[in-house]
Design a protein around this ligand. Structure first.
Ligand code: SF4
Ligand code: SF4
Length: 260
């Protein structure tokens, strides 16, 4: 499983049957289905920076401890960004480390890919913003399609609490797309910096203070305060700022941030 890249995974998703934004489908997953927990094993499960933020908070771990314990890392050949996947337990059946007989132990903060299932969401940067496409995963063992109300992809995502995830993931996708379009993958220094800024928010906040970053950029007092707050909204604001900061460091300009 380790040699499957995230690009392979994206290609896999985009080879699945596509459904339109208006198309409805029925799906319901609950502890009574005969296949309960069958899908939480042997996965190549990508973790975005926002997924990591939510899991780190859920588990009350620091990011270094979380990433060392639960993830594998690869570097994207196209962009040079570090990409993390959730490491399955190395035991028969390779279960997810968070699955239990009563279901997902991190349910409130489960990753985007788990929330979206049975849909895959492909995104790319268009002239007027993010272009999204939806793909349907139909696995033989999955009884979720046997019941449930009819919903469009957007209704499904709203019900699964994906709005905040998609917003943060789309911002990350924009940065990766800009780097990919530049044909200059991040060098080792930028790889290390992006790992620190996007995944280790505690260390990024220390860097903000040590390097006096706020005094080098045009950022409102209100946003500064939000970035330094350590609740969920604060971490979300911090990641958003980290993405702007990386864009500024890589390209010398950032759409939502200016140097002073
Ligand atoms: S994180 Fe939760 S929902 Fe996702 S695979 Fe693991 S147990 Fe299943
Ligand atoms: S219904 Fe599908 S998503 Fe739900 S537990 Fe079964 S296999 Fe997993």
């Amino acid at each position: 499983m380790d040699d499957i890249t995230l690009q392979d995974k994206q290609d896999f998703v985009e080879n699945l049957p596509e459904i339109t934004a208006e198309q409805q489908f029925c799906f319901d997953c609950n502890p009574q289905v005969p296949c309960f927990n069958r899908c939480c094993a042997e996965l190549t499960l990508p973790l975005t920076p926002y997924d990591v933020l939510r899991l780190v908070r859920h588990l009350s771990m620091n990011a270094t401890e979380f990433l060392n314990t639960y993830t594998d890392m690869q570097v994207s050949a196209e962009t040079g960004f570090p990409q993390f996947t959730l490491r399955m337990n190395q035991e028969p059946g390779e279960p997810c480390p968070f699955v239990s007989p009563v279901g997902c132990m991190v349910y409130e903060n489960r990753p985007s890919a788990c929330r979206a299932y049975p849909l895959g969401r492909g995104t790319k940067l268009g002239k007027d913003g993010v272009i999204e496409r939806f793909f349907m995963v139909r696995e033989e063992h999955c009884h979720g399609f046997d019941a449930g109300p009819a919903r469009t992809p957007q209704e499904w995502f709203n019900a699964e609490g994906l709005k905040q995830y998609n917003r943060a993931n789309d911002r990350y996708m924009r940065l990766m797309s800009l780097v990919q379009a530049s044909n200059k993958p991040l060098d080792q220094r930028l790889q290390n910096m992006s790992r620190l800024c996007l995944y280790h928010l505690d260390q990024f906040r220390q860097m903000i203070s040590k390097m006096h970053i706020f005094s080098h950029v045009d950022i409102t007092a209100e946003r500064q305060e939000a970035v330094l707050a350590t609740d969920l909204a604060g971490d979300t604001a911090c990641l958003d700022f980290a993405l702007d900061w990386m864009e500024l460091v890589i390209f010398g300009v950032a759409q939502d941030l200016k140097r002073t």
